[in-house]
Design a protein around this ligand. Structure first.
Ligand code: CP
Length: 308
């Protein structure tokens, strides 16, 4: 059992189920208004985000505090990284402070794995480049499992900018591992060439890709990672690949809509769909994020220092 959470790829179903089942209990605890402040008392969690974040950073902070950890949000913008300190020197510095849990988001794929080789803390990947975002996939799976009662046998369409999406990669690994049928839907320029190797079906037409889907998961168009023009314009993208009521009608009548956030309204998703109180799970995904991150911190802290 690893003391880190770096990626979903390679995780076995029982390890995923352990995290989802524990997260389920934290959903109930959070809804009851109670906390478990003793569990991580005396442990230190450092949030080290080299890329912007609202949901992930806040929910790791909340999760750590609800479990009693000392939580530090390191401001990279005002840190010695700006004076040229390398990632590994930064890690060595934090390691010397005896941090227990290090949550890192970085623009380079593989940065958390590199750090994990150098520090004593448990390292949690909060999103690295276009590689993986494991806690996002766990919270998405928990959201689906709670609403549909299962993951096995469901048809899940992941739509839009799959090429640049670490969320899509983590979700593809997790959902196929747990028996879902996964489709990716998007223009050829935004579907990675290795998609078929990942065990998913590829569609370039939304109506075909959404036909009979149980879950429609939309992705943000990541313009900041595009080094060349991969889509004609936001308006054109929305026309062919934006989720509106008309395209959603091709999915099952009880299909549910997800988006990891942040959303580009009117680009990959229409506001009427995103805010639909019956079909949209977007706010529920955020709630599940806190519970999943509590479960991950709980499990990794116990694995790293079992007797404390
Ligand atoms: N879904 C997600 O990772 O959101 P943030 O970028 O706000 O953390």
């Amino acid at each position: 059992m690893s003391r880190h959470l770096l990626q979903i790829e390679g995780m076995y179903p029982p390890a995923i189920a352990e995290m989802l089942d524990l997260a389920e209990s934290y959903v109930l605890l959070n809804r009851s208004g109670k906390t478990q402040r003793d569990l991580l008392r005396g442990r230190t969690l450092i949030n080290l985000f080299f890329e912007d974040s609202t949901r992930t950073r806040t929910s790791f902070e909340l999760a750590g505090k609800r479990l009693g950890a000392d939580v530090i949000n390191m401001s990279v913008a005002s840190s010695s990284v700006n004076k040229g300190e390398t990632l590994l020197d930064t890690a060595a510095t934090l390691n010397a402070m005896h941090c227990d849990l290090l949550v890192i988001r970085h623009g380079e794929s593989g940065a958390p794995a590199l750090l994990a080789q150098k520090v004593d803390a448990s390292v949690i990947n909060a999103g690295d480049g276009t590689h993986e975002h494991p806690t996002q996939a766990l919270l998405d799976a928990l959201t689906i499992r709670r609403r549909k009662g299962r993951l096995e046998g469901l048809t899940i369409a992941i739509c839009g900018d799959v090429l640049h999406s670490r969320v899509a990669r983590s979700n593809i690994h997790l959902l196929t591992t747990l028996g879902s049928r996964v489709r990716v839907v998007g223009p050829p320029t935004l579907i990675p060439t290795e998609a078929a190797r990942l065990g998913v079906e590829v569609f370039h037409d939304m109506r075909e890709g959404l036909q009979g889907a149980d879950i429609v998961m939309m992705l943000r168009l990541q313009k900041e990672r595009m080094t060349r023009g991969l889509v004609p314009s936001a308006r054109e993208f929305f026309r062919f690949y934006g989720l509106d009521a008309e395209k959603l009608a091709y999915a099952k009548p009880d299909a549910l809509v997800m988006h990891p956030g942040p959303m580009n309204r009117g680009v990959e998703i229409a506001s009427a769909v995103a805010d639909d109180p019956v079909r949209s799970l977007i706010r529920e995904q955020v709630e599940m994020g806190v519970a999943v991150r509590m479960a991950v911190l709980d499990i990794l802290a116990r694995r790293n220092r079992p007797n404390v």
